[in-house]
Structures are given as C-alpha cells and as structure tokens.
Write a protein that binds this ligand. Sequence first.
Ligand SMILES: Cc1cc2nc3c(=O)[nH]c(=O)nc-3n(C[C@H](O)[C@H](O)[C@H](O)COP(=O)(O)OP(=O)(O)OC[C@H]3O[C@@H](n4cnc5c(N)ncnc54)[C@H](O)[C@@H]3O)c2cc1C
Length: 375
Amino acid sequence: MKHVYQEGKDFAKAHILPYTDRTDKESRFPEESFEKLAEQGFLKLLIPEEYGGYGKGLEEHAEACLAFAEICSTTALCYMMHNVAVMCLVTHGSDELKRRIFADIIENRTFMALAYSEFGTGTHFYITEMTAEVNGDNTTFNGRKSMVTSASYASYYLVLAPSVEEGKINNWVFPLDSEGLSFELTEWNGLGMRGNSSCPMHVNDVTLDSSCRIGAEGSGQEQVFNVVAPFFITGLGAVYSGTAMHMFEVASSHAVDRKYPDGSSLSAIETVQVHIGNIYKNASAARAITLEAARAGANGEADALARILSARIFASEAAIECGRLAMRVGGGKAYNKALPLERLVRDAYAGQIMAPSADVLSVWLGKALTGQMIP
Ligand SMILES: Cc1cc2nc3c(=O)[nH]c(=O)nc-3n(C[C@H](O)[C@H](O)[C@H](O)COP(=O)(O)OP(=O)(O)OC[C@H]3O[C@@H](n4cnc5c(N)ncnc54)[C@H](O)[C@@H]3O)c2cc1C
C-alpha cells in the first residue's frame, strides 16, 4: 500500500459510501465495510511486515482515517480505534501475543477496539476503577466500561486495569469470547456516530493469564501516554478533519447545483461564497495541521506532542464550525435531511467530548507548551 490517502479514498467510495446512509439511519455497525477493510488489507495497515502486515505508522494511520471520514465519520472512527489497539500491541506486546492476534486479524478478518472509559472517571479514561485480583499466573477482573465502540463486533478489546504495583495500571487484551465478558447491547442512541455500536461492557470475574497482558507489569500508563494517546489523538484529528472536508464537499456542490427560477445558482450569492470559503478554510486548515502533526509525530520531533494536541483540538472545533456554516448554506434542504449535512453536524459533536476531550486537551496543550507534566 503506497498512497494510503488515495487508496483509502477510492476504497471508501466503493465500499463505505454504499452503506453510509443506512449506517446512520438504522444505527447499524458498518459490517460490510469492515469485511472489505479486511479483504483489501486496511486492517493490517499498521501490523509489521514480519507479521504479515504493511508495517505503516502514524502518517498512514492519519491518511486512512482522513480518507474514510471524508465519506463516513462513523466507519472512520471504528477503524481508527482498531489501528490504535494494533499499534499498542506492535510496540509493547509480546511476540507470542502479536503472533496470535495479528494472525487472527489477517486470516480471520477480526479486528480490535478500546474499552477504556468508565462511568465514574469519564473523560479521565486512564484512571480505572476496575478490580484485578492476582492468583498465580491468572488475574480475575471485575468492573464496567461505559462506552465501547464496535462493541460485540470487535474480537479483541484493550482494557485498562490496576497493577499489583501501587498506583500503576496494566493494559490487557480481552478476547470477545472470554467467560464473564458481556455487553449491554441496547441500541446506541448517541446524537451522532450512529453506526459505532457503542455500549457498556460488563466484566464479571473475567480470568486471563499473563500472556494477555501487554508489556511488563505496571507499564500501562507508559503505553497510554506514549502510544495510545498519540495514535488516538491524531486519529481523532483526522476523523474530524475528514468530517469537515465532507461538509465542504456537500455544501459547495449544493451551492452550485441549487438553481433559482431565473437560472442563477445559490453559489452566485456573495454571502454564500464567503460561507463556502470559510468552510473550506477551516476544513483544509484542520486537514493540514493534522497531517503535519502526524508527520512530526512519526519523525519524533521535539514539538510533536504540542502539534498533535493542537490538531485534534482544532479539527474538532473546525468540524463544528464548518457544520454551522454548511447548515446555513444548505438551508431547508439541509434541515429536512435531503442533504447529509445534519448527519455530519451530529457526528461532529462527538469530537469535542471524546476522551481526552477538547477541554482537557487544551489544558494538556498549555502544560506541554510550558514544560509541565501531563496530565
Ligand atoms: C461516539 C463516542 C464513541 C466513544 N467510544 C469509546 C470507546 O470506544 N472506548 C472508550 O473507552 N470510550 C469511548 N467513548 C467515551 C469517551 O471517550 C469519554 O470517556 C466519555 O464521552 C466521557 O463522558 P462523561 O460524560 O463521563 O464525561 P465527564 O468526565 O463527565 O466530562 C464531562 C465534561 O466535562 C469536561 N471535563 C471533565 N474534566 C475536565 C477537566 N479536568 N478539565 C476540563 N474539562 C473537563 C469534559 O471535557 C466533558 O466535556 C466514546 C464516546 C463517544 C461520544
């Protein structure tokens, strides 16, 4: 896979677009698109070559998420979570765990998800109230996760739980078929991202041996901040930049196509031109800052963290602003859902609250820029 953005965009037009409307209207997980994502190799984008994948990194992750989000924000979000979980395994998993899970992803078309957030600690997802009782090589877990994207569709879930080392956490891989693992499969009733099948996960006496722990005892926090956070935050930047670009495409083509009785287009009106210009300006700035942050992150540049945080904050706010303007350009046709803009606005609103939220990240950004510890 050489030109990930372009190949991703072509893929999305062929295999995501046909289901996008139904995904939203029926609140249905995009299963067909995931089948094709597996078939065409996107699920192994970040899996190292020695394990049968393409061995790509942060830049290609951002490009794929961006390309998919320009067609369907929900599908891009679910895909993004899979990549983040894969990368955590790539960097910290044991060879045995990698072999087992990567072979399953490649041969059996399975995928991964993140079960981090809890009802109590909310947006501060790295603080877990789960319990983990160690008995020899086995650990028994109890607790509840609040919102798990791709719930019951993904075959492996990254779960944070306390370590035996005081104040530390571990990152575990919970297989879907673990005894005691269940989902509250009520239909996801979120404002947007309607196809992501998010729901609570119940962990009742789930017992796993230490082969399912990622990395050394107590190393979960390091994984969260060094790998999960950069890939997740950059991925969210890409998802919301793509959502904003999608808004531009819909609003600008509507402005050109919508004709008044005298034959003139909506786009001939100067105020509309200004709105279209502002939508494009915000969307393309979000895309540029996100791709640049991914590049800085991939190259380990000194200010990469600040760039990544800025990109995610900017992109989620830009998507909401683009949506506000696009709804104005779309007029009644946008409001009555003849155009997909109201769906995109609903999707965009997830951006500012997904953990770590835009507000929390703004604090982190200030800390990063003044040399303080995060969080
Ligand atoms: C579409 C969608 C998909 C999701 N998928 C997943 C998933 O796959 N896995 C997963 O683990 N989680 C997932 N989540 C959960 C998400 O990441 C958050 O954990 C969750 O939204 C937190 O909700 P809360 O009401 O508990 O937030 P709260 O913690 O109650 O926060 C409420 C508000 O207060 C603000 N706030 C809180 N603390 C601070 C602070 N210190 N400084 C500034 N502002 C603060 C927050 O920004 C937020 O806007 C998903 C959420 C959404 C919307």
